[in-house]
Design a protein around this ligand. Structure first.
Ligand SMILES: [Zn+2]
Length: 56
């Protein structure tokens, strides 16, 4: 399975961030500090953001 990057938008403030789809740490929004993803079984579990675009 190939890894890729996701462009996501924070659900709270709509700030867009680019995250690694298999990030192994919690990623927070740069603007409001909301948790965007939690690592889950080697794959990011998106908890506070919506995927805008999948990047190769
Ligand atoms: Zn935010």
């Amino acid at each position: 399975m190939t890894s890729n990057f996701l462009k996501v938008a924070c659900r709270d403030c709509s700030n867009e961030s680019t995250i690694f789809s298999r990030a192994t740490s919690i990623i927070s929004c740069d603007v409001c500090g909301a948790t965007l993803t939690n690592p889950s079984g080697g794959k990011s579990n998106l908890v506070g953001c919506n995927v805008v675009e999948t990047l190769e």
